[in-house]
Design a protein around this ligand. Sequence first.
Ligand code: PEP
Ligand code: MG
Length: 576
Amino acid sequence: MIELKGIAAANGISIGIAHKIGKEDFIVPKDNITEAQIPLEIQLFEEALIKTRREIIELQKRIGSDMGKNEAQIFDAHLLVLEDRMLIEEVISRLKKDKLNVAFIFQEVLKKYVSVFAKIEDEYLKERISDINDVGKRILRNILGKERKGLSELKDKVIIVAHDLSPSDTAAMHKRRVSAFVTDVGGKTSHTAIMAKSLEIPAVVGVQDATTEINAGDMLIVDGALGLVIVNPDQKTLDLYHTAEEKLRGVNEKFLSAKDLPAITLDGVKVEINANIEFPDEVPGVKLHGGEGIGLYRTEFFYMNRKDSPSEDEHYLAYKYVAEQMNPYPVIIRTIDLGGDKFLSQFQIPHEMQPFLGWRAIRFCLARPEIFKLQLRAILRASVHGNLKLMYPMISGIEELRQANKILDEAREELRSKGIPFDEDIQVGAMIEVPSAAMTADILAEEADFFSIGSNDLIQYSLAVDRANEKVAYLYEPAHPAVLRLIKNVIDSAHKGDINVGMCGEMAGEPSLALILLGMGLDEFSMPPQVIPELKYLIRSITLAQAKEIANEALKLPTGREVEDYAQSKLKEILK
Ligand code: PEP
Ligand code: MG
């Protein structure tokens, strides 16, 4: 039994079998395989060789016609490597003997070849090393790519162990049989973590050596609240966790008793408790957990796992469905927030050194108005079917808000000219997730109908901490005094400007921090559906006056750690 410590990303306990998936840049997993899996691994290897051969011939043809025959000849050497019987036979015989996954064996054999060639005093042969490496990488990518594709075909309930999971990986897993995630990299608000919450499964991210320490088929306990992964637990630990699972169910039942009641404080102040969703089919889950509306509908997922772009009707039908299902409750659709860690192949977004500071969200939309306007028209058209609002991500100042509104006006005009109805009074909000927007919230409040604080990004930008990087995760502190002061400024400015202010970042669903936000006067809290019952229970257990006192005390504390400890102690007192 070993214990691996990571970052607690989504609460819950899961006990199950590890399923590992590979990664593009070749951190090759080492997995034991059974006798029965040997033919499958050999097949995987042979298919990868065939695919690699096809790729190289194609490349050779293209280079031949673009650059000439001589340049194309270098690929002859690559093809020879592919046909090297000694290399192929060594892989297969070691596979049978060592019973390890073929990607790992292949990589080992490749390393051996390279070291043998490196020792030979012959310039020509030395040059072959780069050929072997090049082809080797191609073959590995094809072996691992194959493993990755299997993601959407999982049959048994498993715990996914990966170096990293991209938003498109997690989208492919949606509703599949996954009971928890464990990843080497990532932080508390990386999209893997957010996705885990929306799938209602525990997740531990940033474990660093998960993929090297865990073998496929290992028994795992994932403790999402503690950020702990126990590999091959002994019976005593297993029993302990089975009991903890039971207890957790009991606590959840207590919270569930509040799910259909309004979120009113003991002194009669009502706040809105909404849900964050990524897919229309999450709506039943929102209702089941007592969500009073949708505070954040992330729409990037329309663009994932596909080569083409979604049509206006595809957007429209999804928004119409969500609007109708939630009616009369509000649904806030966030316009596409592509870029950052949600990049896509179909738009050829160039590689950037700092994608989170780069061409993302509203910046991308303003530069590609045809894509933006298509979505805006779809939202407007759907607005007659329920209580829809829309908001723009990553607004950094009033000019961007005005530019976005100008394109929205054009979309309105296009619909009017065609006689297509829409809600003329649709509310248009700005997400406040860039420090410059938080500092100028008073200016923005004059022209926005509402604010929604995107704390996930606001924290990363104000503390200069990449939200998805486990190495700096210790600095990612939602309770940092700088973050609290920015949030307080946004709430006060919104109220002075007479508009509502919500929060849709993960912080809104953290019970201890929600106490502070309530005390600061936040009007709306939007969170993953499954935390709604606990938040409602909490708000119904406290007076606003008490919450204000907690917020005032918290704002006086000098460090995030002290704020966190203080809020936790208050939470314990309130929930007893
Ligand atoms: C946020 O930044 O807090 C937010 C809700 O947006 P996302 O997590 O999608 O960036
Ligand atoms: Mg954001």
